[in-house]
Design a protein around this ligand. Sequence first.
Ligand code: FES
Length: 94
Amino acid sequence: MVKVHFLLEDLLVEAPEGTSLQRIADAAGADITFGCRTGSCGTCRVRITAGLQACSEPGPEERDFLQGLEAPADQRLACQVHIHGDVDIEYLGL
Ligand code: FES
C-alpha cells in the first residue's frame, strides 16, 4: 500500500501500489476536477510536492501537454499518473 496526502484538504488515504491517481482521488473524494480523463484538458493538473520519484513516467500525451504549458517536472496530470510510493499532492487545475 502507498500513502497519498492531498494537501489542500489535508486528506491522507492509502491505496494499492500502482493505482492511478485519478482512481485514488475519486475513491477518496479528493477535491480534484477531472474533465477529459485522457490527458488533454489539464483540469486535473497537480503538483507532486513530495515523492515525485514514486510516480510513473509521463506518457507522450501527458508530456506533450505539460511541455505546452512549460510546466515544471513536479507538475503532473492526475488522470495519467500512477502512484508507486508515498506522495504529497497539491491540486493546481489548469
Ligand atoms: S482530466 Fe483532462 S487532462 Fe486529466
